[in-house]
Design a protein around this ligand. Structure first.
Ligand code: ADP
Ligand code: MG
Length: 228
């Protein structure tokens, strides 16, 4: 299954992202507020107290997950466009991902040609690749898979390739990537791909997804090459 994602169908960057993130964080906050209000009532039996406390913790974790998908690097930042060394960025991303991969038993492999430069905001590039790679690691949760991140030159483009040996996707799932709130996970936010695609679009990148059920998925992202 092969599909070039068409960006015109996707949404317009920052405004949509911030609106949906704000909306999604408000939901857990509202429910935590309600349960804390209940918890302050004296008449509650211990089981109810326990249950409400657990719901609060889960909702707070959910809010945190949404923030992580939006901004895993924390801290708001001004957008700065600069020449980015893909090898350096891949190395950094690999360090970030390794602890997550260790938890699930996956391996992270990286391979890159030197002196490959792209133009963009460093935090946004990192965030985009981390979201895609995290999905790859999550797709291999029940087996010892390999997540590969590679970068090489092809004609006048730089290709950044992220592949996993996980569960794969149907054509319908591939088509819905990047649509806000599309998620097949129990605790998914369905925001990760929207954020990645928006940032990559902002960097004039194009995404190509190949996936096979039970075998794995490859995200090939091509960027215009920038001279050294
Ligand atoms: P979330 O990870 O919170 O579910 P995302 O926007 O990151 O939201 O991803 C949306 C959905 O796309 C996932 O729930 C999953 O079904 C699918 N998906 C994305 N990447 C992969 C992958 N590498 N392998 C299998 N499925 C994937
Ligand atoms: Mg995700």
């Amino acid at each position: 299954l092969k599909k070039e994602l068409i960006f015109s169908e996707k949404m317009n960057i920052a405004s949509v992202i911030s609106a949906s993130v704000a909306h999604e964080i408000r939901n857990p906050l509202t429910s935590v507020r309600g349960f804390i209000q209940l918890l302050t009532q004296t008449e509650l039996n211990p089981e109810k107290k326990q249950m409400y406390g657990e719901i609060c913790l889960e909702e707070i974790d959910r809010a945190e997950q949404i923030i992580n998908d939006y901004l895993s690097l924390a801290k708001p930042y001004p957008e700065v466009e600069e020449k980015l060394d893909l090898g350096e960025e891949i190395q950094y991303i690999c360090n970030v991902l390794t602890s997550l991969a260790n938890l699930t038993g996956a391996e992270v492999e990286i391979k890159y040609d030197i002196n490959l430069f792209v133009l963009g905001d460093r935090q946004q590039l990192r965030q985009s690749i981390i979201n895609i790679a995290k999905n790859g690691i999550e797709a291999m949760e029940n087996k010892r898979g390999i997540l590969k991140i590679e970068a090489y030159r092809r004609n006048n483009e730089v290709i950044l390739s992220i592949s996993d040996t996980g569960i794969g996707m149907t054509i319908d799932q591939i088509n819905r990537l990047g649509v806000p709130y599309f998620s097949n996970k129990n605790k998914g936010t369905g925001l990760g791909m929207m954020v990645s695609f928006s940032f990559i679009k902002g960097m004039l990148g194009k995404i190509n997804v190949k996936s096979e059920l039970g075998k794995g998925t490859v995200f090939d992202i091509s960027f215009p090459i920038i001279k050294v």
